[in-house]
Design a protein around this ligand. Sequence first.
Ligand SMILES: [Fe+2]
Length: 184
Amino acid sequence: MINREKAFELLHKHLITENLRRHCLASSVVMKAVAQKLGQPAEDWEILGLLHDMDLDITKGDMKSHARVAVDLLSSEGLPEDYLHAILAHNEESGAKRSSVLDHALAASESITGLIVACAMVYPDRKISSVKTKSIAKRMKEKRFAESVSRENILECEKAGIPFTEFVDLALAAMSSIEDKLIN
Ligand SMILES: [Fe+2]
């Protein structure tokens, strides 16, 4: 497994768009918190969160190749097979199916980041630390709010073994800890 420094180097080499980099950073801190909750290797899961969307500036709108290009870029970097599969399967359009705890954790974590940022953006202070778990629960049911965020993917936290409310609590805490880097 590569280390965090190398992961940042790879991410910044391939992903230029600032908002996408922020999304990757948000996903990484949520994945780290999820790993800690589940007793899994936190730094490795953090790196997975960081790299999962590293190909988006290359694949642009081509959702059939998104994630597959990332896996190609990473296959020579020594990432374990199950990590590569989780990256591939986070994009349903790749055709890969999610089955492991890692697969579900990544899909849920990267999806909750979008809903949390969208919630924070409509607050007067635009602060992630102002967002409450119950606001996220309410927004889960409002399909037209941040409609590109898959609620089904978020609920896969339960398949990873974390109840929804606990998952939102830990994602909010993780993202609040670096909120200045996530919203400008
Ligand atoms: Fe993502």
